[in-house]
Design a protein around this ligand. Sequence first.
Ligand SMILES: [Mn+2]
Length: 294
Amino acid sequence: MIEFERNTLAIVISDVHIGNDSCRIDEFIIFLENIIQNLINRNLRNLKALIILGDFFDLNATSFEDLCSNHQYFHIYNKLNEIKNQEIEIILVLGNHEVSTSLFYNLQFSGRKKRFLKRLEYFSFPHNFLNRQNVCQYLILISIDNNIYLALIDSIHKDPFAWFHLGNGSFLNNETYFMCHGFQFEDKDTHHLITGWWDYGRNLSEGWKKYLSSKWSKFKASIEKRDNSRFYKNIKTALEEDNVFSHIIFGHTHDCEIKETRILNTGCWLKDSNPSYLEIFNDGSCELYELNYE
Ligand SMILES: [Mn+2]
């Protein structure tokens, strides 16, 4: 069993890819059970938020209908509902396997998010833990006048639409976290080249999606590991120019790794990688953990 830290304020994960045949569903359920167990034995007594940084659902591998009716996934949803019932905020930051990220995704995000949630609702998703107030594109963890907040943002052109108060006190030590799924750091040409295919793939029938995603994993294994150096270069520039964030946390490329101590990739829950998670502590520091099930 995972022993989380007592001063953990938030747990961050990404890229679970529910609906993908390579999703580590069983390990993820155990992980959520571990959180619940740690809440029960008061080890996670300071936990305020569970943050899911996108590609939680893999709509390129399956359909809304499957996500809302496959009882294998219900164990995950039930655990998340249980965590939410313990007064832990659950935040879902959407990724490119959930909504279209083509063209002006900042301008179109709100509408796409609304449609995404409507589709879940249409198929009666057991979604106590998901609604318009806790689904967003960007997330900022910040301390203002001795209050800690999570600010939820849909577009860089707009102010946060929700502020979750996580507690009082001089926590965080002026550290400020910026979080998103990570497709935003792709080079423009790469991004637009790929997202067109992504959107096309999302509209295929469930059978075709399953067929193509099984082919894709074989194809991926046969080619060299993708070089993400340009991707990381974009994050560095973002950090330097804005200079208001002390940490940038994201997923998307599936590599669990720390780049320059303050740029962290939370990895994924797919079978070709080890699952991983990040803990953000009350004092503003954080730690990335990889789990080994082999
Ligand atoms: Mn992604």
